[in-house]
Design a protein around this ligand. Structure first.
Ligand code: F6P
Length: 359
């Protein structure tokens, strides 16, 4: 029987366990394969921590958040941070091919994980990828699992902020994750009825944001909801909001009391402003039904790719259909929100502003 490795790399995402379960169950059931899990992502490949997974190990984990295998977003076999950035790839290849005698490895991860997978594939380890990130920013797949759950959590937070903003006639800012991409802020902002959505792809003008808040106040809508992605940037080359907050010597920032945006707004409007940063709440806990289904479909598809010997490729969904794309094409690249994304038009159709004058 074939021996197939599996690992989860990078930041966790709701649905990882659903993928592990689907890959392992499909392979065990259809091909009678042995499945070996690496502990803590590529750290397990480097530090030789791998264990066989039994059918029982992968049962009852569908609804669990996190990953039963553990993950790491620092361990890179080509530059291992824990050993002076040494290139340990030759040992890794030996361990995987000669000692563990694996026929292939299924890697579940984002663009960074796919970049390592691509290089290991070039060194002779057959790889199959599964796209994972709450940010939804992987190339050539319309969706990644974890995104739907993150959006649902952010939307619920938004709904709660809505009523308190309304009661106190305040400007309420919700900061979402997403790194360099605005997908979570865009989808949660539309679902939560945000008046303003600020995303990294469209640099915002603070004067425009302030004007909207003032106009709403003057027009009798005495509250404003703003959804801001952590990577959002103000026009004029200011750093990303999150980065300014972290780098700022201002002690107010240390308690996360307000963000740059709050600070900028407070200087321009009379309304009170309050900020909430969602952070890792968006990544933890049980996946939504949509993400369980997507993760399970990706896992079963990846197992079929292994059975077919379709290596060096990542499972993807395009226009509602499962397919596969070359891992090399998705490595180290991000899919960001373009101005012609349908949800951008939807947001504008209901009067949501992106903080860009004339847009
Ligand atoms: O890529 C997923 C993500 O949650 C981003 O949205 C966020 O910027 C980053 O990871 C946070 O990383 P960490 O868990 O290392 O703080």
């Amino acid at each position: 029987p074939q021996r197939i490795g599996i690992l989860t790399g990078g930041g966790d995402s709701p649905g990882l366990n659903a993928v592990i379960r689907a890959v392992a169950k499909s392979l065990m059931q259809d091909a009678g394969a042995q499945v070996i899990g690496f502990v803590d992502g590529f750290a397990g490949m480097i530090d030789r921590q791998a264990r066989p997974l039994s059918y029982r190990d992968v049962s009852g984990i569908l609804t669990l958040g996190g990953t039963i295998l553990g993950t790491s977003n620092k361990a890179n076999p080509f530059a291992y941070h824990a050993r002076g950035n040494a290139d340990l790839s030759p040992e890794v290849v030996r361990y995987v091919r000669e000692e563990l005698k694996l026929d292939a490895v299924v890697v579940i991860g984002g663009d960074g994980t796919m970049s390592i997978a691509h290089r290991l594939q070039q060194l002779g380890i057959p790889m199959v990828g599964v796209p994972k990130t709450i940010d939804n920013d992987l190339m050539y797949t319309d969706r990644t699992f974890g995104f739907d759950t993150a959006v649902a959590i952010a939307t619920e937070a938004f709904d709660r902020l809505h009523t308190t903003a309304q009661s106190h006639h305040r400007v309420m800012i919700l900061e979402t994750m997403g790194r360099y991409a605005g997908w979570i802020a865009l989808y949660a902002g539309v679902a939560g009825g945000a008046d303003i959505i600020l995303i990294p792809e469209f640099e915002y003008d603070i004067e425009e944001v302030a004007r909207i808040c003032r106009d709403r106040q003057a027009g009798g809508q005495r509250f404003t909801l703003i959804c801001v992605a952590e990577g959002a940037k103000a026009k004029g080359g200011e750093l990303a909001v999150r980065q300014v907050v972290t780098d700022s010597p201002d002690p107010l920032r240390l308690g996360g009391v307000c963000t740059v945006l709050e600070h900028q707004l407070c200087q321009r409007i009379d309304s009170e402003v309050r900020t909430a940063i969602l952070g890792h709440v968006q990544r933890g806990g049980t996946p939504s039904a949509y993400d369980r289904n997507l993760a399970t479909a990706f896992g079963a598809y990846a197992a079929a790719m292994v059975a077919d010997g379709q290596y060096g490729r990542m499972a993807a969904v395009q226009q509602g259909r499962l397919t596969s794309v070359a891992i090399a094409d998705v490595a180290n690249r991000q899919r960001t929100v373009s101005p012609d994304a349908p949800m951008v038009a939807t947001a504008m159709a209901v009067g949501t502003s992106f903080g860009v004058p004339g847009m």
